[in-house]
Design a binder for this molecule. Structure first.
Ligand code: PEP
Ligand code: MG
Length: 797
């Protein structure tokens, strides 16, 4: 194995086997076959640690007697394999029988073999197995061979660990108790031992979505009731029906006051102002008297509400000005709230207990606007994937989350104790004491590591050979600014304005928007703030916005298409952004551009907004940079044309991956196919970077990929100048950038572009992280080693 490309291909193939792994024995069998063949060795075997973590048993082999599988067992420290496990370090010897630690196992027919190379499988610093190659003729294993086998070991270690954990979970209660007792009596103390020993009563495996660990009681978030379809039995007594309806109006009014005050406190007045409008509607004599007339006529409160709502809807639809026309959603929202009261349902402002673990069917962005997020310790969703917008908000707010946790709704119940491990995607129900305390310790260790990295926030993100990479943050709430400062983000690379719209279930008036943008721009100045225009639609729907239901919302009237279809709202938003640009640190970003026509029309609307402001005498940045998000393959392919007509590019890899690979980013059933490191996606990024360079335009990445440790070396190698990701990931990404050499990264990137599969790219990136010494990093090394097994970007979180 002399050529580096052969090594990468081997690692890619191992990564490929691992990512397709369903059955441990089959996986290990395939790995040993492959490694023996490619390393030209006579034997390749894998030994795995027993549950006592003190012995190893032969689990797969190519070249040794097959009957020896499951039979050959050795203690840690016994023989060369035991030595590698005990020292958690590779062992290489030309003359194995002459080595002082050599031990002969007759069952294997091993006497024929001369040279040996063994590499331990390590998880959380603990050896959980050993992979070994042996040759009949004498062979000198060089450092590159050692490195290669060690990387193979690292690729398979997480799969082994997960399989062992799952086997444990699936085993009977008796077995679990026996193993726990054995472990307790053996006195073994280590992270892995504790995880194996302290088996939970039930574990549900989902997709790792937002890092962090939480321990707390489960809280069920019901899906909102479909009020249009609900059964309703009016009172036979018309006066009673009348009283019920007025009581519901009063209840809704009280509720609105509460919600307004709470949201205002949490997110600022802009987020709560809409409720003033709603309160006003409920206090409006015309609205209430129309309801009274309708309930007298129909004797049915719900019908009265529906009729009045329909009448208002028709009225609003007739208004010419799109902004006022859209206000109809407020009336709809208010009537829904009154309906909910009438039916005795409250599905807003859900009272949460402090430290609750929210369990829900789908994780929606609107949850973050409507719930008291500071009380949520973690979120678990039965469905969905790690790059849905709800998942992104969870990461932005640093709330640990697991999505695609099939069976969680049926397996858990409100109030039940649970541990959510957002890094591994496992939810433990009714955890027992040893598991709880292990997680508490792990939580503490993680907090210390973050604290340590945060303390180094002032160091520049610069490669070893001096290339600067700007590390900025994706933000959606004013509360996020605190995180930007804490983690040392160098500005805001993406401000998602839609959360404001989701909170208000419609876009607020220009003045309110301006105040919010201004606050952000002022807080960050002189650092840059990139404000993206509304990116609604797709999974970021506002039920009351009046958007028509679409069969394929991700391919429908979303994002810039929606803005251009509602130019009044779009222009008002652009005016608000422009008014916040007086300090010259604001940029406008247009999402989901797929044609020059959209870009040109957007420029025209920007120009109109500027003229309007100039007429009104407002100060703004006349040269405000206008950038394009590259998140549709078609846009990447015409990047040269787009670059000539915009000021900068920001590559939205979340959508770019979804559209390039035809994989719905929110669908857990295809989440395993979603991989931004797919060479197809990389080629589009490369094309975009080249086009930007030719036109001398800046180019950044603002998708989740920018926070994915495996992607960082490749993106730096592709020439990305700015990575905008989750604020909390900035310190880790900085450590990676600082450990890289830009020229080596460029070489890797070239190789990655030529790769045939995402698995090959994973292997290239894995090798780089390894060779840069990051896996030995005292703060993030252990975590990175775990991440490397992920076939998707989710693993990085
Ligand atoms: C993206 O698509 O990569 C992106 C940053 O936008 P969003 O995730 O908000 O769709
Ligand atoms: Mg997008």
């Amino acid at each position: 194995m002399d050529r580096p490309t052969d090594r990468v291909t081997l690692l890619a193939d191992v990564a490929g086997i691992v990512s397709r792994s369903h059955d441990l024995d089959e996986t290990l069998g395939n790995v040993v076959d492959l490694v023996a063949k490619r390393l030209d060795a006579d034997v390749c075997s894998v030994y795995l640690t027993d549950t006592d973590l003190r012995h190893l048993t032969l689990r797969a082999t190519r070249g040794l007697a097959r009957e020896a599988i499951g039979r050959v067992r050795m203690a840690f420290g016994e023989g060369l394999v035991g030595l590698a496990a005990k020292t958690a370090a590779p062992v290489a010897t030309e003359d194995a029988p002459a080595h002082p630690a050599y031990r002969y196992f007759p069952e294997t027919g091993e006497e024929r073999f001369k040279s040996l190379l063994a590499a331990p499988l390590i998880v959380s610093g603990v050896s959980i197995g050993v992979i070994v190659v042996q040759t009949v003729t004498t062979r000198r294993f060089d450092p590159a061979d050692v490195d290669l086998l060690q990387t193979c070991a690292q690729l398979i270690a997480p799969v082994v660990m997960n399989a062992q954990l799952l086997a444990l979970v699936a085993s009977t209660q008796e077995d679990q108790s026996r193993i726990a007792a054995e472990l307790a009596s053996s006195g073994v103390r280590s992270a892995a031992a504790a995880r194996l020993a302290a088996r939970p009563n039930l574990a549900v495996k989902g997709i790792a979505t937002s890092r962090g660990v939480a321990i707390g009681p489960i809280y069920f978030l019901e899906d909102p009731l479909d009020l249009e379809r609900v059964e309703y039995e009016p009172s036979p007594e018309p006066d009673q029906e009348h009283r019920d309806l007025l009581g519901a109006v009063e209840g809704a009014r009280r509720e609105l006051h509460e919600v307004r005050d709470q949201l205002g406190e949490r997110f600022g007045p802009e987020f709560s102002a809409v409720f003033n409008t709603h309160i006003q509607i409920l206090e409006d004599k015309g609205f209430v008297s129309k309801l009274e007339v309708a309930v007298r006529q129909t004797g049915d409160g719900l019908r009265a509400l529906r009729e009045v709502a329909a009448a208002y809807r028709r009225m609003f639809e007739g208004i010419e000005d799109p902004f006022f026309r859209d206000r109809g959603i407020d009336v709809e929202d208010v009537t829904r709230r009154v309906m909910a009261q009438l039916l005795g349902v409250r599905h807003r402002n859900i009272p949460l207990s402090e430290g609750a673990i929210l369990v829900t069917s789908h994780l929606m962005p609107a949850h973050f606007a409507l719930l008291e997020t500071e009380k949520i310790a973690a979120i678990v969703a039965e469905h969905g994937g790690p790059t849905s917008h709800g998942a992104i908000f969870a990461r932005a707010l640093e709330i640990p989350a697991v999505t695609g946790a099939k069976g969680i709704l049926a397996a858990s119940h409100p109030g039940q104790a649970a541990i959510v491990d957002g890094g591994s995607g496992v939810v433990y129900l009714d955890p027992d004491e040893p598991l709880r305390s292990e997680y508490q310790r792990a939580q503490h260790r993680y907090e210390l590591a973050v604290e340590h990295l945060d303390a180094l926030a002032g160091r520049p993100a610069e490669t070893r050979d001096g290339r600067r990479v700007a590390l900025t943050a994706n933000v959606g709430l004013i509360a996020d600014l605190r995180l930007c400062e804490r983690h040392g983000a160098e500005g805001i690379g993406l401000f998602r304005t839609e959360l404001l719209a989701l909170a208000q279930r419609g876009m607020p008036p220009e003045d309110e928007q301006e105040q919010l943008y201004e606050r952000i721009a002022t807080a960050m100045a002189p650092q840059r703030v990139t404000i993206r225009t509304l990116d609604l639609g797709g999974d970021k729907a506002i039920p009351t916005l009046g958007l028509e239901k679409e069969d394929n919302p991700q391919l429908g009237l979303r994002s810039i298409r929606l803005s251009l279809a509602h130019e009044g709202v779009f222009r008002a938003q652009l005016r608000a952004i422009l008014r916040a640009s007086a300090a010259r640190n604001v940029r406008v970003l247009l999402p989901m551009i797929s044609s020059l026509a959209e870009l040109r029309r957007s420029h025209e609307v920007v120009a109109e907004a500027k003229q309007e402001l100039a007429r009104r005498g407002h100060d703004f940045d006349p040269d405000i940079p206008v950038g394009v998000m590259i998140e549709v393959p078609g846009a990447a392919l015409i990047a040269d044309a787009l670059a000539r007509e915009c000021d900068f590019f920001s590559i939205g890899t979340n959508d770019l991956t979804q559209y390039t690979l035809a994989v719905d980013r929110g669908n857990e059933r295809v989440a395993h196919l979603y991989d931004p490191l797919h060479p197809g996606v990389l080629r589009l990024i490369d094309r975009t970077v080249r086009a930007a360079r030719r036109a001398r335009r800046a180019v950044s990445v603002c998708g989740e990929m920018a926070s994915n440790p495996l992607a960082v070396p490749i993106l730096v190698g592709l020439g990305i100048e700015e990575l905008s990701g989750t604020a909390s990931a900035v310190p880790v990404v900085k450590e990676i950038v600082r450990a890289l050499d830009a020229q080596e990264a460029e070489k890797d990137a070239r190789e990655a572009l030529e790769a045939g599969s995402a698995a090959e790219v994973h292997a290239i990136a894995t090798r780089r992280l390894r060779e840069s010494g990051l896996l030995e990093h005292p703060d993030i090394g252990g975590w990175l080693a775990g991440v490397m097994n992920g076939a998707d970007g989710a693993a990085a979180r």
